[in-house]
Design a protein around this ligand. Structure first.
Ligand code: FDA
Length: 391
């Protein structure tokens, strides 16, 4: 039977990075993946330009039932270490905003760099993993390419998001099989969907993007909000989706820099015959202003005729818009999976299961989920490096 020091399940961001780090320890490494192409998520990430890290990486940028768990790996593998690799590979990059680093060119440059870094390992694609068993101090893996024994196994098969490009729940099944606990999973960094009454506003505005602020469930973000045919999307919505639970109402500020009620009252004195819609259209994108005025029954209404109470209500509609999403677009479009392998059962330095020596879990399958903005890849690199060095 074939033998390797380390078999890595999953040739995504974490799996490829782990292979490179383990090779540096002189190990014989095999990486298995059922897909025909490695790291498909890197290819589609960051709108095709891969937001490969975030300079502001810190443990408080991650959600987990055990918020301190990620600190050790994140401290030992920092964003600058990855930037150094990117620069050595000659990949041009830029900071877009808020510490988010993107490739100037295609995201696949990152995959090529990771493949170069692990060139001494064997990458086996289109390989089905039928089972992983522990026999004595070794693991036996049944694969469509034959059986392999390994001293160590790293599970890097990711989360459930985007099944169309190969996501499966394999990591969770293996965790369960080996007696590890799981934190309930749900789609995160995902657009929110709405019931008909709210869609009446969203649908005609589909494609419109406005700066918005949302604070909810311990998260507070200010970024672009995008109206869609199914509800709301854009960075601020994706961020808050990780903090939102089914049934909860969100309060959205569609004009974070302006108290709309106060501004309308100030404008009222000199408004003459000006309509509410015209004045509001100077404060908000015109399409949004028209839609809100229509919804509040103030089409054609003159600003000068409006009492304070009505302007307060209009202001609240803009600065404190209350909506209750009916759900999310689910794993079909979610960028990540919240929850996963319970970190209480993993060693924070090596990512190994405390009760199963030699078996580690890394990347998205672990209950560590970053905010939008390059944090999830930084977790993939950091957790992979921790496991690779320990292998
Ligand atoms: P990943 O999903 O990358 O890899 C898992 C691998 O395991 C895949 O190759 C898969 O084929 C394989 N696999 C799964 N099941 C298997 C099985 N049963 N048998 C064999 N192989 C199996 N993050 C970020 O920081 N910046 C960004 O710009 C983006 N952008 C982005 C865009 C979109 C559209 C998505 C969906 C996601 C992002 N992300 C992101 C998130 C980021 O892609 C994600 O956090 C990492 O890819 C996770 O890396 P992993 O290696 O853990 O899983």
């Amino acid at each position: 039977m074939e033998h390797a020091d380390l078999v890595i399940l999953g040739a995504g961001a974490a799996g490829l990075f782990c292979a490179g780090s383990a090779l540096a320890q002189g190990r014989r490494v095999i990486v298995l993946d059922h897909a025909a192409t490695p790291a498909e998520k890197i290819r589609i990430s960051g709108g095709g330009r891969c937001n490969f890290t975030n300079l502001a990486t810190a443990p408080d940028r991650f959600l987990s039932d055990n918020p301190r768990f990620a600190a050790s790996a994140l401290a030992r593998y920092r964003p600058q270490a990855f930037v150094d690799l990117v620069e050595t590979a000659g990949i041009a990059w830029h900071e877009k905003t808020q510490g988010q680093l993107f490739c100037d060119g295609k995201a696949t440059q990152i995959t090529a760099m990771l493949l170069d870094r692990m060139a001494g390992a064997e990458l086996r694609l289109e390989t089905r993993i039928a089972g992983v068993e522990r026999q004595g101090d070794r693991f036996v893996l049944e694969t469509s390419g034959g059986a392999i024994t390994a001293a160590r196994v790293v599970v890097a098969t990711g989360g459930k998001s985007i099944p169309k490009i190969g996501a499966t729940g394999m990591a969770y099944d293996l965790a369960r099989q080996f007696g590890l606990r799981l934190v309930e999973t749900r789609p995160a960094l995902v657009p929110l969907t709405f019931a008909e009454q709210d869609l009446a506003l969203c649908r005609p505005l589909a494609g419109l993007s406005v700066e918005a602020r949302i604070a909810h469930g311990g998260g507070a973000f200010r970024d672009a909000l995008l109206f869609t045919h199914r509800g709301l999307s854009g960075p601020v919505i994706l961020q808050i989706s990780s903090f939102w639970q089914a049934g909860e109402t969100l309060t959205i500020d569609l004009s974070p820099d302006r108290d709309i009620a106060a501004a309308l009252k100030a404008a009222r004195a000199g408004a003459g015959r000006a309509q509410v819609a015209t004045v509001l259209g100077q404060m908000l994108p015109d399409r949004l202003a028209q839609a809100i005025v229509a919804e509040t029954g103030l089409v054609q209404a003159r600003l000068a005729d409006q009492p304070n109470a009505r302007l307060d209500a209009l202001g609240a509609r803009v600065n404190r818009w209350q909506v209750r999403p009916v759900g999310t677009e689910g794993y079909r479009t979610a960028e990540v999976t919240l929850g996963g392998v319970d970190t209480r059962d993993l060693d924070a330095r090596t990512m190994q299961a405390r009760q199963v020596p030699g078996l580690a879990f890394i990347g998205e399958c672990v209950d560590v989920t970053g905010w939008l903005g390059g944090y999830n890849f930084q977790w993939a690199w950091a957790s992979a490096d921790a496991a690779g060095r320990a292998a």
